[in-house]
Design a protein around this ligand. Structure first.
Ligand SMILES: *[C@@H]1O[C@H](CO)[C@@H](O)[C@H](O)[C@H]1NC(C)=O
Ligand SMILES: *[C@@H]1O[C@H](CO)[C@@H](O)[C@H](O)[C@H]1NC(C)=O
Length: 324
């Protein structure tokens, strides 16, 4: 009998949990993948939904924060699978986040996360609107904080890294809390890149995207050059048109007269073009001023014709004499 009883004990022990659970309601699974998203001092705890078969009611969740001796309810009986607790705990509080699922009278175990303190565990994003302005050998850097307002407890500082675009050698400057900085003694016409991140004694923030700029861009020179040219042109035009009886004004008048007047071929060009026989020369010299006013291009064309007539006359005479 005794050995038989002894054999029964392990069997009873293995059966015990099944017997107990049949007497109470089946437990609700705890939420899984519970985690805190904390970015730029905005804090949200999130989890995956608890799936239950034949659920007529939605599964509800409660979120609490366990401080040293204090328990704070952050979200109660919510159906969403996240709880924004940004405004519900103070930046310096340190405690454990707890999440529980609930369906009717059934409750899951609390899921307890490791210690969380907003001012130490938040992620600080990159600085915003990072901008570079080039002034000869300097680059003026300015940017906005990653978020605002920044609580004093964070004691945020900025580190700026810069390098020549083709070089791997980076230099880093701690700007403290300043959000403007001038990089000086840089090489001219060189492309420099800048990255900035915020940090605190506990948090190393995220690096901004690099922003690059060439010291004194060619564009600046082009703009300056165009401005100077336009200025000179305007001054020139004013000088020519407004101030009369000046050499420039007279020169313009001459050009204007020439443009308005009849287009003449200069006489020395005419001399060169025509090597007129005495008769033509006579005719030419007999020409009146009126004729000179006429289009001399036609005269130039005429003169060779006259030459032809001169040469052809004997031929005509010959042909005439041949006929006779
Ligand atoms: C949350 O739900 C439980 C059960 O469903 C209920 O007993 C409790 O009063 C509710 N709490 C609040 C604050 O509504
Ligand atoms: C910020 O830059 C300074 C100066 O280079 C450096 O000593 C410090 O370690 C940097 N801080 C962080 C958090 O990287």
């Amino acid at each position: 009998m005794r050995p038989a009883l002894l054999l029964l004990i392990p069997a009873l022990i293995t059966l015990l949990p099944a017997v107990l659970s049949s007497n109470t309601e089946p437990g609700l699974p705890a939420p899984s993948n519970v985690h805190i998203d904390s970015y730029n001092m905005k804090h949200i705890v999130k989890w995956d939904p608890v799936k239950v078969k034949d659920e007529s009611m939605p599964v509800m969740y409660s979120v609490g924060f366990q401080l040293y001796r204090d328990f704070r309810e952050l979200c109660i009986n919510i159906t969403e699978t996240e709880c924004d607790f940004t405004e519900k705990i103070q930046s310096t509080w340190r405690g454990k986040m707890m999440v529980q699922a609930e369906l009717g009278s059934r409750r899951s175990e609390w899921v307890v996360l490791p210690d969380f303190q907003p001012s130490k565990n938040t992620i600080i994003g990159p600085v915003k609107s990072l901008d570079l302005n080039s002034h000869s050998e300097n680059l003026a850097v300015d940017f906005s904080p990653p978020f605002s307002p920044i609580p004093d407890v964070l004691a945020i500082e900025y580190n700026l890294s810069y390098w020549k675009e083709d070089s791997r050698e980076k230099k880093t400057v701690n700007l403290r809390s300043a959000r403007t900085y001038v990089l000086d003694n840089l090489e001219r016409y060189t492309n420099y890149c800048v990255q900035v991140y915020a940090h605190t004694p506990y948090i190393k923030g995220l690096m901004s995207d690099p922003v690059c700029k060439t010291t004194v861009t060619d564009m600046t020179y082009i703009v300056v050059l165009v401005c100077v040219l336009v200025f000179v042109l305007i001054v020139g035009i004013i000088g020519l048109l407004v101030i009369p009886e000046k050499p420039l004004h007279q020169a313009v008048s001459k050009i204007k007269n020439w443009l308005d007047g009849p287009y003449r071929i200069p006489s020395h060009v005419l001399d060169y073009l025509e090597d007129p026989p005495p008769l033509a020369q006579q005719e030419y010299t007999q020409n009146t001023l009126e004729e000179q006013q006429c289009d001399h291009i036609s005269i130039v064309l005429l003169d060779p014709c006259q030459d032809d007539h001169e040469e052809m006359r004997p031929d005509h005479h010959q042909s005439d004499s041949d006929k006779t």
